[in-house]
Each structure stands twice: as structure tokens, then as C-alpha cells.
Design a protein around this ligand. Structure first.
Ligand code: FMN
Length: 319
């Protein structure tokens, strides 16, 4: 029989899941431990009606958490099997298996979990060796998920400019965003939401999020970036989960190679934006997220996290 995890080992899993990136740092996940099975739950009570009305970023976030969960199980020296669920609060079940040495690559990704953070600054320079670039793409490729650099940067700049104009004028949208920024307290270690000082005053894609004073980007901003677009063959919940998991594998691989990055989904939620991105950039599927990466010119601060205890639902249901 396979041994269940000790409470110390469960703490390792919880810390790994808690450090995953999530839309507006909402941390929309919980863990339900049942012996050697761990359910990853989507907290659907976390709602971003203006930014993410369909909850697709919430699912992508759960996908990122799933990668951290799987890496933590493997780092504990246990085998692991992941089942994605099509519907319901449980988005995936991770079955913890027999002792098994983890691979060097998985361990390096696991070790990068604590170092990874959103880096919404310009990069030191954008020259990333081709072999490193290939390693990042390879870390994300999985059945149904394609990780591609965007062709036609001028078209992308045009589309990001359009999104900037629309989003900064959208008062309801901006009000919601401000509540997710306002309710954090600087660099406080405990909480959710995005700290004001984690955001810059540059144009997209550096800024990450359009606020009321965000400038419109030009071609020069994009030329200084390394970008990857995560696309899926179809657009079901499992695709979004897989895309979020792939995004986090790429991000952790980048962090393990001294690179930093940030993710952008904000413009993708605008009506018609995904379709235009597909046609203008000749993408191989449905775009789910854009990842930018490079070498850091300045450090970025870590963002807060909810207390680990909130990861586990109280007996009788999720919170
Ligand atoms: C699905 C998803 C969508 C995100 N969208 C954006 C975005 O559009 N702009 C942005 O600046 N950050 C975005 N982020 C990054 C989160 O804001 C960030 O992960 C969160 O604030 C926690 O901070 P950390 O990444 O430093 O741990 C996104 C993250 C995820 C997982």
C-alpha cells in the first residue's frame, strides 16, 4: 500500500501551491486531501466580473497551481498521477504514488517556485540564447498546447494599443481593478491582490495591466521583449487548465535559468480580441496567455499570499 503524506509533507505541498501565480493574485484554489489523493479545488466564489467574467483566468490560475502541486509531490520523492476533471469544483485530482527519484529538471523547476514572481519592468536586454529559448518552449509543449513566439510584432503593438485605449476608458473595469490593488498593504506578506508597487507606469506589455494612466505602446517597446503566446487546440476547461500548467512550467524553467518574466491576459478578455490575435499573428490555436521574459535590470518584490490554513476547506465544504 502507498503511504499517505505526513503533515510536514502536506505543508510542502501547501507552500508550493500557495506560491503559484494567479489572476490579480486572487489565489482561487483549495486543497482537499484524501489519503494519497489530493483534489485541487477551484474557488468559484472568487469573482472578477469585469476582468474575467467567464472565469477562464481562474482556471488558468488553477492550472499553474497544479504544476506547483505536482512538482512538490515529485520533489518529495514520490510518483504522481494527475487526472483533470471536466466539471465541478474539483479541477484535478493528484494521486500520490510510490517512492521515485525526481528528475533533475523537475527538481530545478520545484526549486524555482519561491524565486518566481511577476516582473513588470523592462528587461536588462532581450538577448536570450537560442538554446534557452528552446528549453522554455519545450517545457510548455504538451498535447493540445502550443507555445509560439508571435509573428508580426507591429500588428501586436497595434492590438495592444487598441486594448489600452479601451481598457483605460472603461470605468467599471478600472473600479474593479483598483479594489484588487487597493486592498493590499504594500509588501505585506499576508493577503491577496496586487501590491501597488508591483505595478509600473510603462506601456503594455511591460506594465502587465492597463490602468487609467497607462500609455499606449509603440513598436519599440515590443522590440525589446521576448514573447511567447500560449495557444490551445480547443477552448474547454481542460484546455485552460493545461495552458495554465504549461505557462507555469515555462515560467519556472525561466526562473531556473536566471530569467524573469510576467504574464498578460488582460486584453484577451476584450470582445473579439482573441479572434483578431489569431488572424493577425497567424496563431496555431486559441490564445490563452502571453508570457514575456528576459534578464532583470532591477529586482521585483514578492507578492503577498493568504495564510496557508485557508488552502484547506473547513469540514463541510469550500469557503
Ligand atoms: C491566468 C493569469 C492571468 C494573469 N494576467 C495578468 C495580466 O493580465 N497582467 C499582469 O500584470 N499580471 C497578470 N497575471 C499575474 C498575476 O497578477 C500575478 O501572478 C499575481 O499578482 C501574483 O504575483 P506573483 O506572480 O509575483 O507571484 C496573471 C496571472 C495568471 C495566472
Amino acid at each position: 500500500m502507498t503511504a499517505a503524506l505526513t503533515s510536514e509533507q502536506l505543508g510542502v505541498l501547501a507552500r508550493a501551491v500557495s506560491r503559484a501565480p494567479s489572476v490579480h493574485n486572487s489565489q482561487p484554489w483549495q486543497l482537499l486531501v484524501r489519503g494519497t489523493e489530493v483534489d485541487l479545488l477551484e474557488r468559484r466564489d472568487v469573482e472578477l466580473r469585469r476582468h474575467d467574467p467567464a472565469g477562464r483566468d481562474r482556471v488558468l490560475s488553477c492550472g499553474a497551481a497544479l504544476t506547483n502541486l505536482e512538482l512538490a509531490v515529485r520533489a518529495l520523492g514520490r510518483d504522481c498521477h494527475v487526472d483533470l476533471r471536466d466539471s465541478g469544483d474539483v479541477v484535478a485530482t493528484v494521486t500520490i504514488g510510490r517512492p521515485r527519484a525526481t528528475s533533475a529538471r523537475a527538481y530545478a523547476q520545484y526549486q524555482a517556485i519561491g524565486r518566481r514572481r511577476s516582473h513588470r519592468h523592462r528587461f536588462f536586454h532581450n538577448r536570450v540564447p537560442a538554446a534557452v529559448h528552446r528549453a522554455l518552449v519545450a517545457a510548455g509543449e504538451t498535447t493540445g498546447v502550443h507555445v509560439v513566439p508571435p509573428a508580426h510584432l507591429d500588428k501586436l503593438a497595434e492590438l495592444l494599443g487598441f486594448a489600452t485605449r479601451v481598457l483605460r476608458e472603461d470605468r467599471g473595469y478600472q473600479r474593479e481593478l483598483e479594489t484588487w490593488i487597493a486592498h493590499t498593504h504594500g509588501q505585506a506578506a499576508v493577503g491577496d491582490g496586487i501590491a501597488e508597487d508591483a505595478l509600473g507606469s510603462e506601456a503594455l506589455p511591460v506594465a502587465g495591466l492597463v490602468r487609467t494612466a497607462t500609455p499606449v505602446p509603440d513598436d519599440a517597446v515590443l522590440a525589446a521583449e521576448n514573447l511567447l503566446v500560449f495557444c490551445t487546440d480547443t477552448d474547454m476547461r481542460a484546455d485552460r487548465l493545461a495552458a495554465g500548467a504549461a505557462l507555469q512550467r515555462v515560467w519556472l524553467t525561466a526562473a531556473s535559468k536566471a530569467l524573469v518574466g510576467s504574464v498578460i491576459t488582460q486584453p484577451l478578455h476584450l470582445t473579439g480580441f482573441r479572434a483578431r490575435l489569431v488572424s493577425e499573428l497567424a496563431l496555431p490555436g486559441v490564445p490563452q496567455a502571453i508570457f514575456r521574459f528576459g534578464y532583470p535590470a532591477v529586482p521585483a518584490a514578492p507578492s503577498p499570499r493568504l495564510p496557508l490554513g485557508e488552502l484547506f476547506p473547513p469540514a463541510g465544504g469550500t469557503r
